[in-house]
Design a protein around this ligand. Structure first.
Ligand code: MTE
Ligand code: MO
Length: 442
C-alpha cells in the first residue's frame, strides 16, 4: 500500500502546507457564490448540449478546411504536420454542401456561445477551490481544464473576430483557429472520459419536465455533491432552473435569429444585424454582397476593358479569347450559391461558358486540375486550383453574366468562376488565365 499511496498523492506535507496557508480571500470566496441553481444537474444539462453541439462545430470546421483542397497546398494553415487529414476530392454535389458546412460551423458556433458561458458560470466557484489539487491526477485534470476552458474561449474569440473581418490579433487567424481547435478537442476528450458517468448520473437525478414546471419560489438547491458544485450555504433562488434554461436558450435563439439572415437574399439579409455581410449593398440584379470590391483588389475598368483577353493554357499551348468570343460559345445558366467561409452566402443565377468547354477549346487532354489566375497582382485570393471534378462538372462555369445582366466590376467582370459546392474563396473574380493540367503532365 505504502508506495502506491505515495505515487497517487502529492507529498502529504505539501498538501497540508497548502491547506493551512490559503491565499487571502480563499476561505470566504465561496460565500459569495450562493446561487441555489448551481449543481451537477444544471451543469450536466448545459454539458450535454455542448457535448452534442461542439463536436459538430469541430467537424464542420474540419470539413471547411478540407473543402479548400489541402492536396493543392491551398488550405490554411498549409502545413499541419502529423495532423494532416487524408486528402480527398471535395464533391461538387449537393451544390449547397459547402454552404451547409460553413453555415453550420459559424451559425452553430455563435448559437452555442450562451451555453458555453452558462456552463462556465455553473462551475465558476471551482476555479477558486483551495487547495487547488489533492493528487497528481487532480493536477493533471485541472491542467486539462485549463486547456478546455482556454481552448473554447480562444476559439470563440478568434472565430467571432474573423467573421467581423476584424483581425485585431497579431497572429494568423487560420493557423491559430485550426491548432486551437485540436487543443480544445484533445482536452474535451479527456474531460468527457473523466466526467461522462458523473454527467449521466446527474442528468438522471432530476427530471427535466419537473424542472420546467417548478417556479422560482419552489426552487431548492440540489443535495450536496462530492464535486462541490452545490453551494455550501445556498441563498434563496432569484430565478428558477426553468428561468435559467429559458434565458440561455432564448439568448441562443436570438443569436441564431440575428445570424441566419446572412444566408438569404432580399429583406431577410438585413436581419443579420451583428454581421457585416448582413447588409444588402444594393437593389436590382447585381445588388448582392461583395466580399472584396474591385477598388480594394486594385482592379480597374482599364484592366477589364476591350483589351481584356482570357488566356487558356494546356500542354504547352496557349489560346487567347476575348469576351465576345466567350459570349459566342454555348451559354449555360445555373442557380448556385457563393458561400464564404466567413459565414455568409448568397444564391444567384449565373450565365456563362462551361469550364470543360474551355478545357476542350484549350486542347486539354484528361484534365487533372486547373489553376485559375485573376488580374490582381497581389492578394491571397488572386488564384485558386480547381480539382478535376470541379472543372468537369456540367454546372461549373466561367460566368459572364448574373441574373440576366453583365457582371459588374465588383462581381468580377469580365469573367468569374462559379462551381457547385466550391468555397467562395475559390470562385475567382476578374479571371485572366486558366492553366489546365492534364494527365500527360502538360
Ligand atoms: N480575384 C479575386 N477573386 C475572389 C476574391 C478576391 O479577393 N479576389 N474573393 C473571394 C472570396 S473570399 C469570396 S467569398 C467570393 C465572394 O464573391 P463576391 O464578392 O462576388 O460576393 O469571391 C472570391 N473571389
Ligand atoms: Mo470568402
Amino acid at each position: 500500500m505504502e508506495p502506491r499511496e505515495r505515487r497517487q498523492h502529492l507529498p502529504r506535507r505539501w498538501w497540508a502546507f497548502l491547506a493551512e496557508h490559503p491565499p487571502p480571500g480563499a476561505a470566504t470566496v465561496h460565500r459569495r457564490w450562493r446561487s441555489p441553481l448551481r449543481g451537477p444537474w444544471l451543469t450536466s444539462v448545459y454539458g450535454v448540449v455542448l457535448l452534442v453541439g461542439l463536436p459538430l462545430v469541430f467537424l464542420t470546421g474540419l470539413l471547411d478546411y478540407l473543402a479548400y483542397s489541402p492536396q493543392f497546398g491551398q488550405a490554411f494553415p498549409g502545413d499541419v504536420g502529423w495532423l494532416r487529414l487524408p486528402p480527398f476530392d471535395w464533391p461538387t454535389r449537393p451544390s449547397w454542401l459547402f454552404r451547409l458546412t460553413q453555415g453550420l460551423h459559424v451559425g452553430l458556433g455563435i448559437t452555442l456561445v450562451p451555453v458555453v458561458l452558462a456552463k462556465l458560470w455553473s462551475v465558476l466557484p471551482k476555479l477558486f477551490a483551495w487547495p487547488p489539487a489533492r493528487s497528481v491526477a487532480q493536477v493533471l485534470e485541472r491542467l486539462s481544464l485549463l486547456l478546455l476552458v482556454g481552448g473554447i474561449l480562444f476559439e470563440i474569440a478568434t472565430g467571432l473576430l474573423d467573421i467581423q473581418y476584424a483581425y485585431l490579433f497579431g497572429f494568423d487567424f487560420y493557423t491559430a483557429h485550426y491548432f486551437g481547435a485540436w487543443v480544445f478537442v484533445a482536452a474535451l476528450v479527456t474531460h468527457v472520459t473523466l466526467r461522462l458517468r458523473r454527467m449521466l448520473t446527474a442528468l438522471r437525478s432530476r427530471s427535466l419536465r419537473g424542472e420546467l414546471t417548478t417556479s422560482r419560489t419552489a426552487t431548492r438547491p440540489e443535495p450536496p455533491d462530492p464535486d462541490g458544485l452545490v453551494a455550501a450555504r445556498p441563498g434563496p433562488a432569484t430565478m428558477s432552473r426553468r428561468g435559467a434554461l429559458g434565458l440561455v436558450g432564448g439568448l441562443s435563439l436570438l443569436l441564431a435569429a440575428l445570424t441566419v439572415g446572412q444566408h438569404f437574399n432580399g429583406p431577410w439579409r438585413r436581419t443579420a444585424l451583428l454581421l457585416p455581410r448582413g447588409r444588402q449593398p444594393g437593389t436590382g440584379p447585381t445588388g448582392f454582397p461583395v466580399n472584396r470590391t474591385a477598388t480594394a483588389a486594385g482592379v480597374s475598368a482599364a484592366d477589364t476593358g476591350p483589351g481584356w483577353r482570357l488566356t487558356l493554357r494546356a500542354g504547352g499551348r496557349t489560346t487567347a479569347v476575348d469576351r465576345a468570343a466567350l459570349l459566342a460559345m454555348a451559354q449555360h445558366t445555373v442557380t448556385l450559391p457563393i458561400a464564404c467561409v466567413e459565414g455568409w452566402s448568397t444564391v444567384q443565377n449565373w450565365t456563362g461558358v462551361r469550364l470543360r468547354d474551355l478545357a476542350a477549346l484549350a486542347g486539354a487532354d484528361g484534365v487533372t486540375a486547373a489553376q485559375v489566375r485573376s488580374l490582381e497582382k497581389t492578394g491571397l485570393f488572386r488564384q485558386a486550383t480547381l480539382q478535376a471534378n470541379q472543372v468537369l462538372d456540367a454546372d461549373a462555369l466561367l460566368a459572364l453574366r448574373v441574373n440576366g445582366v453583365d457582371l459588374t466590376l465588383d462581381h468580377g467582370y469580365p469573367a468569374r468562376v462559379i462551381v457547385p459546392a466550391l468555397p467562395g474563396v475559390h470562385c475567382t473574380k476578374w479571371v485572366a488565365e486558366i492553366d489546365f493540367r492534364g494527365r500527360a503532365g502538360g
